[in-house]
Design a protein around this ligand. Structure first.
Ligand SMILES: Nc1ccn([C@@H]2O[C@H](COP(=O)(O)O)[C@@H](O)[C@H]2O)c(=O)n1
Ligand SMILES: [Mg+2]
Length: 289
């Protein structure tokens, strides 16, 4: 059905169930389908040439507009909070307030830097960010068949949008909900707009306040893409979901986290920097008869 599912990077706990969902999504047709995706480390790459690729926050943190002192402070925050974010032995209840603390402290530091709206394109151009291999096919297919792609990111929305723009794939079917910066009349960053989105509040509590909620509710087949345990809930609370296929990229601390990812996601892709599997499934659903 989908040859890409034979890749060595693919793990599936309940193959029959997964095939059933994929078949059912195909039967329902492309007019019922939407894709809900995380951005950082899901649509963008986790690693390249043995090095970590930057998240949308890291792109700002490492850029020329940030003072050396603040760069160090932002790095210290990352080194303190990231291990907590991905720790499989801590509960979500324990992690949530700590994530709010991380995002709040990072946004405060960024806000002190007098970042100019007009600098964002150059900041992204000069960064090491890369979209996953196969991103062109993913965005092109979804656009061609008018399937909405809803990007739900706890990253920095302005950076996410700029990355997609520079990749020439910010099509009309793509919508982004994320943390956006607010600028004064001179184009200088004043604050981040609320509500704050962090790794573990990506759910209905945020979505209901967006203009996209109505659209999200009319498409009853969902393919959900994420890389964190917080992404699993991105479609929770969307009414009338009939079929949902959750695909998780397991990028880091693979052995320690495998069990939890296999329980939470229908398909787990281990250390796979490509969108091959997602594209293969979409090709089967959208194209083949
Ligand atoms: N100051 C921060 C805060 C978060 N991150 C990382 O960004 C990721 C969130 O974005 P998604 O598109 O994946 O929702 C998250 O995984 C954090 O590790 C950061 O780099 N700096
Ligand atoms: Mg992510």
């Amino acid at each position: 059905m989908v040859p890409e599912l034979e890749k060595a990077t693919v793990r599936i706990q309940q193959p029959e169930r997964v095939m059933g969902i994929i078949r059912s999504i195909k039967e329902q047709g492309m007019n019922k389908l939407q894709v809900i995706s995380d951005f950082d480390m899901t649509l963008s790459r986790f690693g390249c040439n043995g090095r970590r690729c930057p998240t949308s926050h890291n792109i700002l943190d490492n850029s020329h507009v940030i003072s050396e002192d603040s760069k160090k402070k932002l790095k210290d925050l990352l080194h303190y909070y990231y291990p907590i974010e991905i720790d499989p032995n801590r509960s979500l209840e324990e992690k949530r307030p700590l994530m709010v603390e991380w995002w709040t402290r990072a946004h405060e530091l960024l806000t002190q830097q007098k970042i100019q709206k007009g600098d964002i394109a150059q900041i992204v151009r000069e960064s090491d960010v890369m979209l996953r291999d196969g991103f062109n096919e993913l965005f092109d297919q979804l656009h061609k068949y008018n399937v909405p792609l809803f990007i739900f990111s706890a990253g920095v929305g302005d950076i996410v949008e700029e990355i997609i723009c520079q990749a020439n794939v910010f099509y009309s079917n793509v919508n982004v909900v994320s943390n956006y910066m607010d600028f004064d009349d001179n184009g200088v960053l004043t604050h981040f707009k609320g509500p704050l989105i962090h790794t573990y509040n990506k759910n209905n509590s945020i979505l209901q306040g967006t203009e996209y909620f109505q659209q999200l509710s009319t498409r009853t087949s969902i393919i959900l893409l994420g890389d964190s345990m917080g992404d699993v809930t991105m479609a929770d609370g969307i009414p009338s979901v009939e079929n949902i296929l959750k695909i998780g990229f397991l990028n880091d601390k693979v052995e320690e986290r495998r069990g939890k990812y296999l329980d939470a996601y229908d398909i787990v892709l281990e250390s796979d920097e490509t969108l091959d599997v997602v594209n293969g499934i979409l090709r089967y659903i959208l194209i083949e008869t």
